[in-house]
Design a protein around this ligand. Structure first.
Ligand code: PMV
Length: 341
């Protein structure tokens, strides 16, 4: 499908959604190459620093939102399991923003299917809130542009703002109006792989929503935030030039500085396990053997090994052999959030 056909199909699905009060959207999670950690404003999720990411095309969340006046409240199912409590509240809060925009008060049924392991350090919330924002606005009869959707997704989960545009995305700081993500390069720009090495699938004690407010309790956070613009500019330039030898050390430094903030906050957040460190050291070793592979780590113990497609099989095979590794999932760059039904 070319761009014109894609846009025509999106318009058709949008019209159908408004009539049926029901829409299905697909979004990919993303891996940050330059990290977001800490907010200027926790409620609006206005980030302390800009960030840069790659959408993961082999992982996805597909969400259907149906507004239905016969319901007595919002009903949420994820992978066929019904959720209440904090998970439902977070989704209902996002839907309230959509209901306010559309001037409606109807409850909704939200059915979400995902192949992203929940709580595994792969930012599943990024795909979840990007898909939810698109499905909910379409079902409510709204036609938001990319910036409007990115803004709305940001309110559910900061990183979700970066799952709205396609490919490689940059999310800027600013006000509620201006802090949105845009694509700096399409998925086909560079055939990188994120080889996600799952070390633990247990749910984290303190996830990113609970972690962001702790960032300023670390005396390192101010220095981290101050250093981001230079790292981001260098990372963006290397990404646009497809220069992994330059980009790799920058993403590793950025991830390690974020974890230094986490480990030195009050209370401290230690996400790494011995297997996490084993993988960091293994990546260094593989580089001495001539394999250009670099790590990044989100708010969890799992390690994302970034390399070009030609080296992905080597990295996958080697990673599987490391003691403590539970699974390895490899992903290519992915496209934007889109309507699929
Ligand atoms: O979007 P959140 O609130 O889940 O925060 C994501 C934080 C990190 O994954 C650690 C970094 C990032 O930029 O994605």
């Amino acid at each position: 499908m070319n761009i014109k056909e894609f846009q025509a199909e999106q318009t058709r699905l949008l019209e159908q959604a408004a009539q049926e009060r029901r829409a299905t959207a697909l979004a990919h999670p993303n891996i940050a190459l330059i990290k977001y950690w800490g907010n200027e404003n926790d409620e609006l999720r206005l980030p302390a620093n800009p960030s840069l990411s790659m959408n993961l095309g082999d992982l996805q969340t597909v969400t259907t939102v149906t507004f239905d006046d016969n319901l007595t409240g919002d009903v949420l199912t994820i992978n066929k399991v019904k959720f209440s409590g904090p998970a439902l509240k977070r989704v209902a809060d996002s839907l309230d923003l959509v209901r306010n925009l559309a001037g409606i008060s109807s409850p909704a049924r939200i059915d979400s299917e995902s192949n992203v392991p929940v709580g595994s350090g792969i930012a599943s919330s990024s795909a979840a809130f990007a898909a939810l924002s698109l499905a909910a606005t379409a079902a409510a009869g709204l036609d938001l542009d990319e910036a409007g959707l990115s803004r709305l997704a940001r309110r559910g989960s900061g990183s979700a703002s970066r799952s709205v545009p396609g490919g490689y995305c940059e999310w800027v700081t600013g006000t509620d109006q201006t802090s949105v993500a845009t694509s700096i390069a399409p998925p086909g720009h560079w055939d990188l792989r994120d080889v996600v090495v799952v070390v633990s699938q247990e749910h984290k004690e303190v996830g990113s929503s609970g972690g962001h407010p702790l960032a300023t309790t670390s005396s390192l956070q101010a220095a981290r935030v101050m250093g981001v613009p230079a790292r981001l500019a260098a990372c963006r330039a290397a990404l646009l030039a497809r220069d992994l030898a330059v980009m790799g050390p920058i993403i590793e430094e950025d991830a390690v500085i974020m974890h230094a903030v986490m480990m030195s906050s009050q209370p401290p957040l230690y996400y790494w396990t011995p297997t996490t460190l084993a993988l960091i050291l293994a990546a260094q070793q593989w580089r001495t053997e001539g394999i250009p592979v670099y790590f990044t780590i989100d708010a969890g113990p799992n390690v994302h090994l970034i390399c070009e497609v030609t080296h992905a099989e080597f990295v996958e095979t080697k990673a599987r052999k490391i003691a403590g590794v539970q699974a390895v999932i490899s992903s290519k760059p992915g496209g934007p959030a889109r309507l699929v039904g």
